[in-house]
Design a protein around this ligand. Structure first.
Ligand code: FPP
Length: 223
């Protein structure tokens, strides 16, 4: 959900206003997923690197995430959306936010239409480190470690590898997002700044995805 800060700065507003405007974009995309039948949506809300931002912005983002959960969880629940989280729950994440996360997941745990995963204090490398630590702690012999075993130790082993990754705001990087999971994902980049992103932009991305040929390292169907 990139470009919130630039969107705000270009209007002479504080960066945090960009994050606020990003909420409408996010929930329009959630609606778009429900409309299009997308079953899994994962958003990058706060990275392990975002702690390096100015204190006030970090504080804002933590409170804003909590506020969104409180304000939106009932409507998401009514719409059959299951809320989940991936990321490190270390000392830096306030206990109150962890409580809201647990409540939101618990409230929506039986919903099935869309799984909406929020990556908070998430880093792809940290996720792999955490998985490897858990495996090492289990005492398994090194030659018994497989890709499947690593997958089973990721934050949410049920999450399927993403088919499509969309990055807004003209940044052409992965930035530590779902590093293990997106080995074969299709990447889609758009110049649209996140606060202006709407479901129509998601549908454009899906249309482009539909004409791509996915080979997963094999040869194409026409070959
Ligand atoms: C990146 O824009 C955006 C973020 C770091 C946060 C986005 C978070 C939300 C919209 C709230 C999500 C909340 C929930 C509960 C899902 P940026 O600040 O990096 O923008 P820039 O690239 O223009 O600086």
């Amino acid at each position: 959900m990139d470009g919130n800060g630039r969107w705000a700065e270009s209007r002479g507003l504080p960066r945090t206003e960009g994050h606020r405007a990003g909420e409408d974009a996010l929930f329009d995309v959630v609606d778009g997923c429900l409309e299009a039948g997308v079953r899994w949506l994962t958003v990058y809300a706060f990275s392990t690197e975002n702690w390096r931002r100015p204190r006030d912005e970090v504080k804002f983002l933590i409170n804003f995430n909590e506020e969104i959960l409180l304000r939106r969880r009932d409507e998401l629940n009514e719409r059959d959306v299951r809320i989940r989280f991936v990321g490190r729950r270390d000392w830096r994440v306030p206990k109150r936010l962890i409580r809201r996360m647990n409540e939101s997941s618990e409230l929506t745990r039986d919903n099935r239409k869309l799984t909406f995963t929020i990556a908070f204090n998430y880093g792809g490398r940290a996720e792999i480190v955490d998985a490897v630590r858990a495996i090492a702690a289990s005492g398994v012999k090194p030659d018994k470690i497989t890709e499947k075993m690593i997958k089973r130790h990721l934050y949410d082993p049920e999450m399927p590898d993403p088919d499509l990754v969309v990055r807004s705001s003209g940044e052409y990087r992965i930035s530590n997002f779902l590093l293990w999971e997106l080995a074969y994902s299709e990447l889609y980049f758009t110049e649209v700044l996140w606060p202006e992103f709407r479901r129509s932009d998601l549908f454009d991305a899906i249309h482009e995805y539909q004409v791509r040929e996915r080979r997963f390292g094999g040869v194409g169907q026409g070959s």
